[in-house]
Design a protein around this ligand. Sequence first.
Ligand code: ME8
Length: 641
Amino acid sequence: MISINIIGITVKELISLNKKKFYITTAIAYLNGKPHMGHALEIIQADCLSRFYRLFDEGLVFQTGADEHGMKILNTAQEKGIEVTELLNENYQAFIDFYNLLNISFDKYVRTTSKIHKDGASKLWKTLVDNGDIYKGTYNGLYCIGCEAYKTYNELIENKCPNHPNREIITLKEDNYFFKLSKYIDKLIKIYDNDEIEIIPKRRKAEILNILKEELDDISFSRQKEKMPWGIPVPGDDKHVMYVWADALSNYITNIGYEFSPKEFKSIWPADIHLIGKDIIKFHAIYWPAILLSAGLELPKKLFIHGFLTVEGLKIGKSIGNVSDPLILLEKYGVPIFRFYLLKNIPTYDDGSFSENDLIQIYNNVLADDLGNLVLRILTFIEKDFDLHYPPLFSLSVEDKEYIKEFNFIDELKGFFNDFQINKALDRIWEFVKLTNKFINDRKPWELKKNNNNKGYSTLLYVLLEGLRIISIYLKPFIPSISERILNLIGKDKEYNFNDIDFNPDFKDKINKKEVLFPKIEIKMESKEEKEIDNNITYEDFQKLDIRIAIIETVEKVENADKLYKLSVDLGYEKRIIVAGLAEYYTIEELKGKKITLLTNLKPRKIRGILSQGMLLAADDGKLVSILIPDKNVDLGSKIQ
Ligand code: ME8
């Protein structure tokens, strides 16, 4: 493009100023706890999408954030005996640190307690009132604090919320403001019939249409202020605050100028992609579009809905530690494999089970064997025979040309990304990594060298360095730090994008010394001797025990076992079921809500048909069994050390 300067800005800048930006959002996480593996999956997927679309040189805005209202947050603060603000600030920092560690390239972060958000949510509320869609009534029904959602009896299974079987459903009766959802049902059915909002995976569209075709009540849209004192006040009525979902959904517009900058708002809204988990479809596919219709705003273009990440039992003996705390995994294995594993192994459309064993296998067999070795192989030739200089390019052989033809498969990748099939995109890139390895095996550079075909040898290596450059560009969205390292090794410091995928014959840079990118991880299987208990255990031995603070949520008697209870316990970052022989010593009421110390990395064991995932610590003096109870202020999930 010609670069003409008009009042200090180029034509290109002027065009991009007026062009609508591609807008990607994630759900905003509740700040009642620290980030967990599910949050890691969603934010890494969103980061990968954003980095991918950025490589087309278009403007993009990637927003994530924090949901800071709701009863869940109040309950946690009360349990911990701290102020809500203290809890929020502590967890906000934990999320920010986590995202920075994971190399998440978000452009905007919204906090629902911020002034910008509150002002925007109030403006939206007033607009809905002006359009006659908010009215006062009385809510009398059920509520799940886990979902922060009103429930009907039909939605419950055995009187429990299917998403939160460990939480009690509460009944609520209070004067509320309501949003006229019923007014928009027919419109929404048409919208989905015509794919005006695209749902991916497509099969979930039927799920949404089914909900819409059931009878849907108007939404209770506010809470009494005394129940959530820090909530956003309902405009014109200081006895009420907004219901958490009524304000949370509006984050997608409040933080991009809805109230404070019409110009910015116009350049970003509507969202191109709302990325969310499968448990919050109803809010995003029904409530949110209805609110937008009422406010006269454009609808988002696509909803990408990912499945749930589940966590395996403990498998590979002592090397394993605690499999479900992302920070522990990150410290052990580092960021690139963590991102790579989640993007490659967890299918975007379905639930996926996290397995530390699989992560190690993927690291060793895919990253190290396919990619790490490829880089090392190519750089070894250059280091040995070209003194770290670019090998001169002579005429390309037929095989070189065939290989170069394989460089550009951007359209295929775009197809996968537009359909939210990130794992398939990575598989396609890997085909090219494997093809490059095969190309070396078939072309046998060592033989070209032996046969004194110096020009052929040098040209082949030039082509292979180009192959590495292309691979690095493709890998940027997935493992950005590795992409950068490979580019750096082959002497490149330019910010490449998808305009740079073609073969470039003009490089004369210096190459850097080779490096082992992925040193293999040794898998230590538990040997027989190791299993035997040594009386003189060392401090390191003790460190292998992963003992953490948990809270007992529910207690049930185990059928036909007088001494056993089945307990569901919450570690803050994960819930587990354990079986404990406490029935002779404690009543169910005495145990419920108690904080305990739990050995978490004990191999899971089936007891009376129930998989027990951990052991509660207790003292036994021969007459009484007494459980170890920590100070009530200590955080769930804290490690005993
Ligand atoms: O739902 N696997 O917040 P949240 C995969 N504040 N994804 C998971 C998951 C798991 N095990 N557990 C949770 C909320 N998620 C609301 C959102 S948006 C206006 C308000 C996903 O912290 C979940 O589906 O409970 C959601 O998309 C995101 O993590 C935040 O969940």
